[in-house]
Design a protein around this ligand. Structure first.
Ligand code: PLP
Length: 483
């Protein structure tokens, strides 16, 4: 029988056991999890075990049944969604953090690194100086935090306090149909309702039309609704489009409305000199988000929000006073022990009290390769999307849906003999999934079903762009031949 303490002092041995399995996984030789779904599902079922088997056996079971049946997202050729595998230093920093600092609170090096890493992100991405940053679990929560601060600001202007009294008026949030649906969910969670999100039309690059925004704002002056925020995409999920940040920011200033920029995916794009100018309007942002677990290579669970007016963050999210929550702390200058202080109170600026120490992860990612390394990665991925666009335009059987702005490139296979091109491209995509090497996602652009690679994995390299295009042509040609 294994006691609860059984293998608590055996970390290095357990890690080396785990390492073997992880290294094997990272050779990406395993079949897709669905190939053996029945076998692992039946092994990983059953009722709660009365007796434990010990950590060594747990790792052995992980190595046999769980790790090899993990996600395709980790593969370098996977360009689906906007998510990637963690870099090694990201995984290791996460492990170090959860081992050495189980919470981000306390006057520790880890709590300090939350602030340093946030400052580094702000500096690296040229955010307006003095913005207060806070880490959270990802883009969904980061948008919620930014829009929470926006709601507080908009209501305080009319003498109301939504944090204490709730939302007592109809609200409007101006975004586009290309905005991530977490904007709508944030509106719902913040009590404004999904219907408060107004979709402003987009132009042919899928970017918000400033004239349409202005028209809508004029029209809404008649309404008894509180304009809470204008939301811009700095890299949309669908096509990587960047809204006209400068013009939107100026309109937001003119109408005295909070300007929120969702850069969960695309904020790091500002490092690419070829598109840097598109980010100039960030200087006008009231809140900005970015996910380290997208383009920066952090393990999932690391997003950040930056807010110009930090009082709004505190007013919206401070956890309030409760005697049981306050340990006996002293002012930082009198602290002699890391437990004497809670450290910087990030728990009052977001929705989590208990939280992992994400600053150390971001610190490690940047410390490992520096701004130069990050810039090289971002430039490589953007250039790969442009490379796909070039190859597509050169090939008679391919059609480009949209010139890429960042690292997403949408295209489809065409053939004049084929009536239903959507069906053909769906079949091509199914075959790509079955082959399991180049794994893009799909979307709809201008009513057409298209193939959508998004290059952002640290292990996704130049050849993956050419490989994908070649494979699409090969599959398309053979499907058309068999018609
Ligand atoms: C632009 C944008 N915003 C927000 C999100 C939500 O981020 P998360 O999945 O980290 O919650 C995503 C996710 O892909 C996104 O692309």
């Amino acid at each position: 029988m294994f006691e609860e303490q059984a293998e608590c002092d055996n970390l290095s041995q357990l890690l080396s056991q785990l390492n073997e399995h992880l290294e094997q996984f990272q050779r990406f030789e395993h079949a897709d999890a669905m190939a053996s779904v029945e076998s692992w599902r039946s092994v990983l079922s059953g009722t709660v075990p009365q007796q434990g088997v010990g950590a060594t056996q747990v790792i052995s079971e992980m190595g046999k049944h769980i790790i090899p049946n993990g996600s395709q997202i980790a593969k370098p050729g996977c360009t689906s969604y906007i998510t990637s595998a963690a870099t090694d230093i990201g995984s290791i920093a996460t492990l170090a953090g959860i081992t050495a600092s189980p919470q981000r609170i306390g006057l520790t090096a880890f709590n300090h690194l939350e602030g340093l890493a946030l400052n580094w992100l702000a500096e690296m991405f040229d955010l307006p100086s003095g913005m207060q940053g806070v880490f959270s679990s990802g883009g969904s929560t980061a948008n919620l935090i930014g829009l929470g601060a926006a709601r507080q600001w908009a209501f305080e202007k009319i003498g109301l306090n939504p944090a204490d009294d709730g939302v007592q008026r109809a609200c409007k949030i101006y975004a586009t149909e290309q905005s991530h649906h977490t904007i709508h969910r944030s509106a719902a969670v913040l009590g404004m309702g999904r219907n408060s999100v107004v979709h402003i039309p987009v132009d042919n690059m899928m970017c918000l039309s400033p004239s349409a925004l202005r028209k809508q704002l004029e029209k809404d002056k008649e309404l008894d609704a509180v304009p809470v925020a204008i939301v811009a995409n700095a890299g949309s999920t669908n096509t990587g489009s960047i809204d006209p940040l400068q013009e939107m920011g100026e309109i937001a200033r003119e109408y005295n409305i909070w300007f929120h920029v969702d850069g969960a995916y695309g904020l790091p794009g500002t490092l690419d000199p070829q598109v840097h100018d598109l980010y100039k309007g960030l200087a006008l942002a009231d809140s900005v988000t970015v996910d380290a677990h997208k383009w920066l290579g952090a393990p999932v669970g690391v997003g950040a929000t930056f807010v110009r007016n930090k009082d709004m963050l505190f007013k919206t999210f401070n956890q309030g006073v409760a005697s049981y929550l306050e340990p006996t702390t002293v002012a930082d200058e009198h602290a002699r022990n890391s437990m004497d202080s809670m450290g910087f109170p990030y728990h009052d600026l977001g929705v989590e009290l208990s939280a992992a120490t994400r600053g150390a992860v971001v610190w490690a990612l940047i410390r490992e390769i520096g701004v130069d390394g990050m810039t090289a990665r971002i430039c490589r991925h953007n250039a790969m999307a442009r490379r796909v666009a070039k190859l597509v335009k050169q090939h008679p059987k391919l059609e480009l849906a949209l010139e890429p702005m960042l690292s997403v490139c949408c295209f489809r296979y065409i053939d004049e003999k084929v009536g239903d091109l959507d069906k053909l491209n769906k079949q091509i995509h199914r075959q790509l999934m079955t082959n399991g090497v180049n794994i893009p996602s799909t979307t709809i652009v201008n009513n057409n079903f298209v193939i959508r690679p998004c290059f952002l994995g640290a292990r996704t390299d130049w050849h993956h762009a050419d490989d994908l295009v070649e494979e699409v042509i090969k599959i398309g040609d053979s499907l058309v031949k068999s018609l």
